[in-house]
Write a protein that binds this ligand. Structure first.
Ligand code: PMP
Length: 354
């Protein structure tokens, strides 16, 4: 801290420093990474490219990747924007596409970066409480606003909203940009990409970090009307924000060409999620229905902070949000079956203690 820091900078809290520990031999079920690793075809392409080509600058427009995304999702290239992870895509959307004079609407409990971006770009916001079942109530997202954003499935709850509900929202809100953040959609959600040609104010963001297991490559994208996409390109280019690097562009494009691997690994995660949910319920946890690669749950008797600390002693890391209303919940990423064995033997040990 220094006297040169503005009150805004003094108030910033670095992103959960403990969530990416450097220790190995941990069962890391805290940041929703995919346990299966990327498609072997992605690795082949990256290895082939990691040669003399690295001397050369990347394509600033990511044309090959944009075409792969456009073909995969049945849209035109002019409807696709790519960024360094969907976090960067979201940052540009907050910066340039939400109206800064009116409150942005998003749920109160949702992805923790939304209020952070509002702070960075000085956007007023109104966080609308989820209902008692942790569901988003669409009828509350209307009236004067500077834009609307929520993840579907929501994070950290994992709850999923039907596409018909999103359509209902778009019908009554056509003056401001509506963003559906589909970071987890491939684990059981229904994508709103099918609606972008009907609603010119809709932007759908997705990431390759979860279902395509490329969190380390940092690739995300937005799909929407070409006018919205052009705005994002202008924002990105106006301050020379970084293009995706060569490995990211080619590796990400290759992942769209291996549909069998994608389907097989998503199915394995979904199967394991359901098995974990059943085992957690049997241990007296209340588990929210999840359409994501994590489970949000609370023990009916035991304290969440103590459970998280006990798991950490056994080298198992899960996410505990110390926030009002959800302080008794844990968010547990779905791992491989062998990771679940470690998780459950630790939980059983802790729960056996009085
Ligand atoms: N949106 C949501 C809801 C997320 O949970 C995450 C990942 N933590 C992101 C966006 C950003 O993902 P990435 O930057 O890895 O694409």
């Amino acid at each position: 801290m220094s006297r040169f820091w503005s009150p805004f900078v003094k108030g910033l809290v670095p992103y959960v420093p403990g969530e990416q520990p450097k220790l190995s031999k941990l069962t890391k079920l805290n940041t929703n990474e995919n346990p299966y690793g990327p498609s072997p075809k992605v690795l082949e392409v990256i290895k082939a490219e990691a040669n003399d080509a690295l001397r050369l600058y990347p394509d600033p427009n990511s044309d090959v990747l944009k075409s792969a995304i456009a073909d995969y999702h049945g849209v035109s290239v002019s409807q696709v924007f790519v960024g360094n992870g969907s976090d960067e895509v979201l940052a540009h959307i907050f910066h340039g596409l939400f109206q800064h004079g009116k409150p942005l609407l998003f749920p109160d409990i949702t992805y923790s970066f939304y209020p952070v971006y509002c702070g960075l770009y000085q956007i007023p916001f109104e966080a609308i409480p989820l209902d008692e079942a942790f569901q988003i109530r669409i009828e509350e997202y209307r009236g004067l606003n500077g834009g609307i954003i929520f993840p579907n499935p929501n994070a950290p709850t994992g709850c999923f909203l039907a596409l018909s509900e999103i359509e209902r929202l778009l019908v009554v809100n056509n003056e401001t940009v509506v963003v559906i953040d589909e970071a987890y959609v491939d684990f059981g959600g229904e994508s709103a990409i099918s609606l972008v040609n009907r609603f010119p104010n809709l932007l759908v963001t997705q990431t390759l970090s979860k279902s395509r297991s490329l969190a380390g490559l940092r690739v995300g994208f937005a799909i929407g009307h070409p006018d919205l996409i052009e705005a994002l390109e202008r924002i990105k280019n106006s301050f020379n924000s970084y293009p995706l690097d060569r490995l990211a562009q080619l590796g990400a494009a290759a992942s769209f060409a291996d549909q069998a691997y994608f389907e097989q690994t998503c199915a394995a995660v979904i199967n394991e999620r359901e098995a974990m949910a059943a085992r957690l319920s049997a241990l007296d946890f209340q588990v929210l229905p999840s359409a994501a690669n994590f489970l949000f749950c609370r023990h009916r008797v035991r304290d969440a902070a103590e459970l998280a600390a006990g798991l950490r002693e056994d080298g198992v890391i899960v996410r505990h949000f110390k926030m009002p209303r959800i302080e008794q919940y844990l968010r547990i990423t779905v791992g491989k079956p062998e990771e679940s064995e470690i998780l459950f033997s630790s939980l059983e040990r802790i729960l056996a203690e009085t």
